[in-house]
Design a protein around this ligand. Structure first.
Ligand code: APR
Length: 252
């Protein structure tokens, strides 16, 4: 049975990489990008908003959209799958969490040293001096989807503050990419959860792991381009599959 095979691989691993995408946040209520029904793509032209050009043209529209997303994330909670990933740290000698997600659900579930390949909604920075900026205190406020909100100004140089996420056409943070490449090339098992495996260079991570001999386990209700490289494909939602996988790999 696939779950038992996956649990055996996980239980015997010295170094596990957990590589997550938007599907990992879906059951917490954060829409995925490519889900045709409710994904952010269908409600917004997210691709048009997630570019440096869009921010240059209308900083308030782009800042307002990311503020809406950040506050949506602050209103939802990590699910049992996030908690299962956090529990893995107590069992596997080395655990690296790499995520394409810009939310903080892994951290709020207790995972430490999460590497954000596409940045974070909680790391705004100055467009001029690039210093980190504080996350606005917006408790109680809730901008409507699409409401324009003027971005704050940098207290050091008065530059515009931008969201700390990677936009289309921008390079991924070099430090994050390097950490991901080291982890992928030294792990025994890479558990890929909730990603369509379509967006590079992040999508290269599971493929790099197989080239270095790691076993890839995939958790996704749907088939993806990663199916052929996965040793085990667990067809199901993260919040259901991950707790079963962890409790089978490391029975209490
Ligand atoms: N559990 C596991 N997987 C799920 C679940 C779930 N409950 N619900 C959906 N999925 C899967 C979908 O089947 C899909 O394969 O999650 C995947 C989501 O794919 P995408 O929406 O393409 O998200 P992702 O792979 O993270 O996109 C990568 O693209 O747009 C950029 O920067 C953005 O980080 C994002 C990147």
């Amino acid at each position: 049975m696939d779950l038992n095979e996956a649990a055996k691989l996980l239980g015997q691993a010295r170094h596990v990489v957990v590589f997550t995408g938007a599907g990992m946040s879906a059951e917490s209520g954060v829409p995925t990008f490519r889900d045709a029904l409710t994904g952010l793509w269908s409600r917004f032209d997210a691709q048009a908003l997630a570019t440096p050009q869009a921010f240059d043209e209308d900083p308030a529209l782009v800042w307002g959209w990311y503020e809406w997303r950040r506050q949506l994330v602050q209103r939802v909670r990590p699910h049992q799958g996030h908690l299962a990933v956090a529990r893995m740290a107590a069992h596997t000698p080395e655990l690296t969490v790499l995520t394409q997600n810009v939310d903080d659900l892994h951290e709020r579930a207790g995972s430490t040293s999460v590497t954000h390949l596409h940045g974070s909604l909680f790391a705004p920075r100055c467009t001029e001096c690039t210093r980190p900026a504080p996350v606005p205190d917006t408790t109680g406020d809730q901008p409507d989807e699409g409401r324009r909100v003027d971005p704050p100004r940098c207290p050091h140089c008065d530059g515009l503050i931008r969201p700390g996420v990677v936009w289309f056409g921008e390079a991924l943070p070099q430090e994050a990419l390097e950490a991901a490449a080291v982890a992928a090339s030294t792990c025994d098992v890479l558990l890929t959860v909730g990603t369509s495996g379509l967006v590079y260079p992040a999508a290269e991570i599971p493929r790099l792991a197989t080239r270095y001999g790691a076993a890839v386990i995939q958790v996704n209700p749907q088939p993806t381009p990663l199916d052929p490289i996965a040793r085990v494909n667990l067809r199901g939602p993260a919040a259901e599959v991950l707790p079963s996988l962890v409790s089978t790999a490391w029975p209490q």
